[in-house]
Every structure is written in C-alpha cells, then in structure tokens.
Design a binder for this molecule. Structure first.
Ligand code: ADP
Ligand code: ADP
Ligand code: MG
Length: 589
C-alpha cells in the first residue's frame, strides 16, 4: 500500500495523474527540468524535485535521479505517464529493485512487447492475427528483399524498436527497396540505437483501431472497448474517437478477445493498448491485424473514460496496490460517443513545424479539467486535459502537444458538433497552433461521414490546409470596431467625419475607410465592400454587424495587432494604425 506517488513526467499527463491521486487522497511528488521550473505540473503536485537541465536526456530520462528523488521525498510508487520512461523495462526493473512500486506492467511484459518483431513472433504463437510480413532475426538485406517480394509490394519497412510514428518507410517497388532499407536502418540506429527492422504488407486505406485492455495480479483481464485513431499525420494521431464508427458488435467482440489474448500472452498487469491495423474490404467488411502493444496509459485514454465513465488512472493505481479490477467484462458498458483532438503548438501549413513561445492568451470553453471528482465524465460534455496556464512558455525541448480537448455526446453527430464549437472557443494567442486546422478536419466531408482511414488528411488537403475562415471585410470590421471601443474607454475619441486605417491581413497590406454619417451612424469601406458598421460590447465579446453579416467576436489586442476569434474561426489584423486624410484611399462612390 502506498500513500505518496512520484510522477515521472511533465505536461498534461503529469497533471492528469496528479488530479486522480489527489482525488484518492494520495500525496504527489513532481519532478522538473530547468525549463519546467514554473510549469503547471509542479504547482499541481504537493512537492517537487528538480532533476536536471532542459533536454529530456538530462532530466526526464535520467532514471537514477528520478529514483533518488522518490527516495528523498519518501514516495513509495512511481507513475511514468506516457513517453519518456514509460516503456523502459530497465527503469521498471530498477524501481522494483529500489523497493518502489512501478505503476505499470511488469518489466517482463514491457520487454516482451518492446520490440515489434519479437512481439509479433509471440502474438503469432498466441493466435493473434498479424499483418502479412517478415519479423525474423536474420537481417541480411538480400533476404529482406526476397521477403518483401514474397509479401508483395507496396511494403512498409519498420524499425523494430520504433515508436511515436518514427522509423517507418513505405516502398512501392523492388528497385527502391535496398536504398529505403539502408535509410530506415540509419534512422532507426540514430533514433532508437537499434537498426533491426521488420517488413509488413502496406495496407491500403487502413484504419487504426486499438483496444484498451486492463489486467490485474489476480489473473483478470478485460477489454475497455476500442478507439479509432485513423486520423493521422505522418503516422501520428490527430483525432481519436470511441467507439469506432461502423464497427459491428461481433467485430468489437472479436477484436476485444484478440486484444485480451495478446495481453494474457505476456501476463499483462495494468493499462495497455493493443493496436490493430484494419483493412477495409467494402460493405463494412474488415480484417484486423495486430500491429503493436503499448504497455502504458495512452494519450487518448480520455475517450475511453468518457464512454465508460471510468477513471483509468484510478484503475492503474488500484491494480498497482494489488486490488482486483473493479469491474468484470460483463459489467462494462459503453455510452454515447467521444472524440479527442490533440491541441499542438505547430504550424499545419508549414508541414506541422513545431512552434514555441509564450501563451499570451489561453482561453478555453466551459469544461472540466481531467475528471470531475466522483462523477462520470458525461455530466460535463467538454473536458480539457492540459499542462499549461495563460502566460506559460511553450519550450522547444519537448513534445508540441499543449493539451487535449475531449467531447462527449449521445451520438457521434452531437459529439462532432460539440467539438467544432469547443474548438472555436479555444482562444490561443502567442504561438501557432493547429486549432483551426482541427476544425477543418472535423468539418471535412470524410470525417463527418465517418469515411475514415489513415490518409484522410491527405485526401482532404484542399479543404483543410491554407484556409481563411474569416474574410478581410469582416476581420477588418471587427478590428476597427474594437479600436473604436478602446478609444471610447480611454476618452480619446477623435472627431472628424472620415478616418482611414492601414493594416496587414493575410500577409498583404490593406486599408479601411470609416465615415461618420450625419445621423451618427458608421459606414465602413474595406476590401471592395462598403456598408453600415454597427457594434456593441456584449460581455467580453463584441457583437458586430457588417455587410449583411452578424458575428460575436472576441478580440485580443497585443500592440498594433488584433487577434480576432469568431464562431467561424480566427483571424489576425496586424500593424493596425490610423492614417491621415491625405493617405486615405477613398472608395469608389
Ligand atoms: P499514443 O498512442 O499514446 O498516442 P504516441 O505514439 O503518440 O502514443 O506516443 C505518446 C508519446 O510518447 C508521444 O509524446 C511520443 O512522442 C512519445 N513516444 C512514443 N514512443 C516513443 C519512442 N519510442 N521514442 C520516443 N518517444 C516516443
Ligand atoms: P508506432 O510505434 O510508431 O506507433 P505503429 O506500428 O503503431 O508504430 O504504426 C504507426 C502508424 O503507421 C499506424 O497507426 C498506421 O497509420 C501506420 N501503419 C503501421 N503499419 C502499417 C501497415 N502495415 N500498413 C499501412 N499503414 C501502417
Ligand atoms: Mg503505434
């Protein structure tokens, strides 16, 4: 039995674990690097220990220091979160040897599933369906080429030690195989210190469907149903949902049983995820094949929590204490539909280039953070798990994910509408994020019609990249309205019947002309349109009418920039300044 847990992680997952620990009246210890000295996860825990410099290999991956920190603070258990040390069997072993409870599976199970090739050999023996492929020990290039030819092109070369979507290469034809193999081996050696590869048939238009499993030390093992994580970019998940659209009860049962068989084959204890690649054969027919097992809590675990009403971190802690699983398979039920969107600091239009900077504005829709104490997630349909607060720095040292937005609805349609609306209420200023991109993906025909596969983003690229949700006229009308309200507040109201504004929008210069009419009304001319401008403050938003349109906008001012958020999407007016009469370009009458 333990009363104090050290959380060997950072960001949203460290905060997530701390929330459940607090609810279970357990004390918590955070660890942090230089860059995270003022991070939210440090504030969320009862105590915190500095473990090193900002790069992960000098802090969050230094397991000797983490074990020392546990001993120094009297923590009796360690929760590894995901990423970092969560799937490191040497760390799990070292915890046990130091007399600490590792809140995760036994080191032997981590090891058995750690290398994809060895895991597939094991799964083959356990009767779990595998993607046709080669996962032998012999790595002779000529043999690998013969195997690839036998499997049939296109094939996928995968680093056996790979993870996080890295170390994979698709090859279309035999002539390209040896060069791709060499590149993949180099990449694998560099990223994972191990150049062993396996080869798989490249499944066309596949879906990624994974099953959440849970085992305990008393020999119980259950499936907590599936998650569909087909919407990916560069083999990394973007949107995840549960249950998987269109999956029949019979398929769900078969996949659940296969996942439990996979977990049982390695005497699994705790939370784990068995990932399957699903080949669609038309008319709702699907074949599923084992891809890998992740021996940890998964980033997307909240969608499972939302449809089951369970707290998976609580289950992890109870299992680690030696308790039996709280529920048996026949007691588990799914309710409604949940979708998670990963909010990342990145620029989708620049090939998802990670972004860093200060969260000058960080506003979210009304939501719960992590799990509401003692009540099912369903009571509040929007949940945000994040490890940041307004004013925090997003550093370039770690993963670009700043949080997750999870919505629940009675139906997929309802969850989808909620997700779109909630994304529209995520107001982030200070760095680039994928929020707007996510909205386009959510609204795309393919996603809304559940036409899912791993190439969805690629197929919908014309609709999801380089979009402009708010056009120049409305963006300018909102920015000018906001500027006028600010003037009013500072009693600087300027008189004069015609005023000109210059600014930049979408990388181009633009101008607007505002005319005060005799009756006191306003007329705005911008971007080829001209019409009455009306606005009024409405709480912390402004209600703007222009050009036959009405919108409720939130505007954040940073110097001469106005960050505009409307229900349709965000826009930015930069370098806004008033120009003198001589510089005003009058609109055509
Ligand atoms: P999930 O299915 O939980 O979303 P991901 O593949 O997205 O799993 O990985 C979760 C986190 O762990 C991410 O931050 C990812 O970058 C990191 N990660 C996973 N595997 C590895 C690995 N082998 N090496 C480095 N980072 C990894
Ligand atoms: P990682 O450890 O990086 O998560 P996975 O083996 O789980 O690696 O594969 C990551 C993603 O790559 C999958 O979710 C899927 O989109 C794609 N993928 C993996 N195997 C195949 C395959 N055989 N055919 C087509 N796509 C695949
Ligand atoms: Mg995977």
């Amino acid at each position: 039995m333990f009363q104090k847990i050290l959380i060997a992680n950072r960001g949203e997952i460290a905060c997530r674990v701390a929330a459940t620990a607090r609810r279970m009246s357990l004390r918590t210890v955070a660890v942090y690097s230089d860059a995270d000295a003022h991070a939210r996860h440090v504030a969320d825990c009862d105590e915190a220990v500095h473990i090193g410099a900002s790069p992960a290999r000098e802090s969050y991956l230094c397991w000797e220091r983490i074990i020392e920190a546990a001993k120094a603070t009297g923590a009796q258990a360690i929760h590894p979160g995901y990423g970092f040390l969560s799937e490191n069997e040497a760390f799990a072993q070292a915890c046990t040897e130091a007399g600490l409870v590792f809140i995760g599976p036994p080191a032997s199970a981590i090891q058995a599933m750690g290398l994809k090739a060895a895991a597939k050999q094991l799964m083959e023996r356990a009767g779990v369906p595998l993607v046709p492929g080669y996962h032998g020990a012999d790595q002779d290039p000529e043999l690998l080429l013969r195997e690839a030819t036998r499997i049939g092109f296109p094939v996928l070369i995968k680093a056996s030690a790979g993870g996080g979507g890295r170390g994979m290469r698709a090859v279309d034809k035999a002539e390209d195989f040896l060069a791709a193999l060499a590149a993949c081996q180099r990449e694998a050696k560099g990223a994972f210190g191990d150049d062993a590869v396996l080869i798989e048939k490249y499944v066309q238009r596949p879906r990624h469907i994974e099953v959440q499993v849970f085992g305990d030390v008393h020999g119980h093992c259950v499936s907590l149903f599936e998650r569909d994580c087909s919407v990916q970019r560069r083999h990394q998940k973007v949107l995840e949902e549960a249950p998987a659209p269109g999956l029949s009860d019979a398929m769900r049962r078969r996949m659940g049983e296969a996942a439990v068989a996979a977990a049982r084959a390695v005497n699994y204890v705790g939370a784990g995820t068995v990932e399957f690649i699903v080949e669609q054969r038309g008319q709702g027919e699907m074949d599923f094949f084992f891809m890998e097992m992740n021996t940890r809590l998964q980033v997307e675990h909240p969608v499972t929590e939302a449809i089951t009403g369970l707290d998976l971190v609580e289950w992890q802690i109870r299992v680690a204490r030696g308790e039996a699983l709280p529920l048996q398979q026949h007691q588990l039920r799914m309710h409604g539909h949940a979708i998670e969107a990963r909010i990342c600091a990145e620029n989708p239009d620049k090939n998802f280039l990670p972004a860093a900077g200060t969260l000058q504005v960080y506003r979210t829709p009304p939501c719960v953070a992590f799990l509401p104490p003692g009540e099912p997630v369903r009571s509040q349909p929007i949940r945000i798990d994040s490890g940041v607060r307004e004013g925090d720095q997003i550093s370039p040292f770690y993963d670009s994910m700043i949080g997750k937005l999870i919505v629940h609805g009675d139906t997929r349609e309802q969850a989808l509408a909620r997700l779109d609306e909630a994304l529209g209420q995520m107001h982030i200023v200070g760095l680039n994020t994928n929020v707007q991109f996510l909205r386009y993906v959510v609204r795309s025909d393919a996603f809304s019609q559940s036409d899912l596969d791993t190439a969805l983003i690629q197929r919908e690229k014309a609709a999801v990249f380089k979009q402009e949700p708010v056009g120049l006229p409305m963006a300018a009308a909102i920015a000018v309205a906001q500027a006028l309200l600010e003037e009013e507040r500072s009693h600087e109201a300027q008189n004069g019947d015609t005023r000109g504004f210059a600014f930049e929008f979408g990388g181009a210069h633009a101008q607007a002309t505002l005319t005060v009419l005799r009756d006191g009304g306003l007329r705005l001319a911008v971007g080829g349109t001209s019409g009455a401008l009306e606005f009024q403050q409405a709480g912390d938003a402004i209600d703007v009418r222009f050009n036959g349109e009405r919108t409720l906008a939130h505007v954040y001012t940073a110097g001469t920039t106005r960050h505009v958020f409307t229900p349709r999407g965000a826009a930015r007016i930069t370098a806004l300044e008033e120009v003198s009469e001589g510089e005003v370009v009058h609109p055509h009458p």
